[in-house]
Design a protein around this ligand. Sequence first.
Ligand SMILES: Cc1cc2nc3c(=O)[nH]c(=O)nc-3n(C[C@H](O)[C@H](O)[C@H](O)COP(=O)(O)OP(=O)(O)OC[C@H]3O[C@@H](n4cnc5c(N)ncnc54)[C@H](O)[C@@H]3O)c2cc1C
Ligand code: SF4
Length: 545
Amino acid sequence: MSETQENLQFDVIIVGAGPAGLATAIRLAQLAKQQQRAYSICILEKGAAVGSHILAGAVLEPRSLNELIPNWRELGAPIVTPAITEQFLLLTATNSFKLPTPPQMRNHGNYIISLSQLCRWLATQAEQLGVQIYPGFAASEILYDAKQQVIGVVTGDNGVAKNGEHKANFQPGMHLYANYTVFAEGSRGSLTKKVIAQYQLQNNSDPQTYGLGIKEIWEIPAVQHKSGTVIHTLGWPLDSHTYGGGFIYHLDPNLIALGFVVGLDYSNPYLSPYEELQRFKQHPHIRKILEAGRCIEYGARVINEGGLQSIPQVFFPGGVLVGCAAGFLNVPKIKGIHTAIKSGMLAAEAIHTALQQSEKLTNLTAYSQALKNSWIWSELKTARNIRPAFQKGLWFGLAYAAFDTYILRGKAPWTLHNKADYKQLRSASSCKPINYPKHDGTISFDKLTVLRLANINQSADQPPHLKLTNHQTPIRINLKVYNGPEQRYCPANVYEFVSNPQSQPYLQINAQNCIHCKACDVKDPTQNITWTPPEGGGGPNYINM
Ligand SMILES: Cc1cc2nc3c(=O)[nH]c(=O)nc-3n(C[C@H](O)[C@H](O)[C@H](O)COP(=O)(O)OP(=O)(O)OC[C@H]3O[C@@H](n4cnc5c(N)ncnc54)[C@H](O)[C@@H]3O)c2cc1C
Ligand code: SF4
């Protein structure tokens, strides 16, 4: 902290300019406008621009956007590719079999979009309503008052060297105070994690669980492009004990959004989600789509998989959690944008009522109640048992999903439970190494090659943002027991175990490669790694993700 630190006061601070944070701001500003009032609303975004850290598939279910901005078409929202046809495929190494598309995965009425672009457009809508958006500013600490109520956040200092000295461009962080603080950081938010721990918001019998989604965007020749096609796959290249699958979306103009999600409850430490994506692209069914194209963008992000039973208490003294920070993703649908927007709207309505009623902070229990009365809750309730059933393997999971969907119609009188992902890793000595094929340089690539397509811009001369609680643990436990799984689950080559004849093996952390996916924070087997925001504006610069 420095004496020259700036202090600012707002009605509401929102951490994160994703769909949840932007919808919160827009709805609040709309409600104020209806009463000819204006709230001071500030959104902090750690990406250099809105959208630069946003990654999704993405197929958009427009239900909540229709509620938030009914005339989005006339206003020119970047939503131009309707989902027309869909396929749900079970892959073997050389073949593919069409499965009946389950109702959750039907996409009639939905759109294939770039969520980065949609967020940039939502940001312009918010700004037109008077919302102040600060891209390039990461919220790095939470401010509490003497009664332990959240009263705002602190943004990180900029211009600090690795050794802690201030550089010529040093700028101290700002203290931002608000009546209400909204955490909209998305999946595995760094401040959200703190606030959940501070107020014990999470039910420990159902921890949040995650998958890691790694995505590429390809440009392909027009003759091969089938605009509006949505393909989901299960099976190969994963074994039947590992949850995950691929997606391929044809979006205009001539783009393919392609990715692979691996459940982070996988047990074999030799597994590399990145290499699974590279193998996936070599499947004859997928290779033929990509062969004449070129990869133009790369990124990765964790996705919530815990469902209804893992949603924490969503309010705390001084604020709320919205969107994937709370975990409102519908796993069988692989969709969370519509619930993120809706939860932001409901949070805004509760905050608006509270701001009108009292100058003092009140607990926003009305938000929690509104969620339970909304379609978010009924949707997530119906879906709640499908993902946990896959803990028993692909075949059991598929059979259970069919039984739950078609016979029980989501109304089972039981709820299956979730287990923490980091506890699922087995020792390397009890698992078989996986031999991944060599990259061919046309369809499959090494990490450093595609990492250039994430357009990362992060100074290496800054204090480490990937914090190790114990510096011996990576060698003593991670390397010895698990054969260094972080070198494989990190999709950006950040973690490298280096050994040479002159020194003992050590963990080298290439922090400037980090693309903010948060997989290390989730999967590290001893929870020794804590992800914190680097200098604001650092990290990837996604354009079409
Ligand atoms: C591979 C993949 C595929 C997906 N496919 C689909 C799909 O097809 N359809 C669908 O509906 N959903 C999909 N999702 C889910 C969807 O991306 C999320 O549900 C949605 O983005 C959640 O919105 P959010 O606003 O809660 O969080 P995010 O979209 O994650 O936005 C959070 C924002 O907060 C910022 N932020 C975080 N921490 C801080 C901080 N401390 N300070 C400042 N800023 C911060 C981030 O930079 C980011 O901009 C997919 C997700 C993944 C990973
Ligand atoms: S260091 Fe962690 S957050 Fe960064 S890219 Fe690697 S796994 Fe993701």
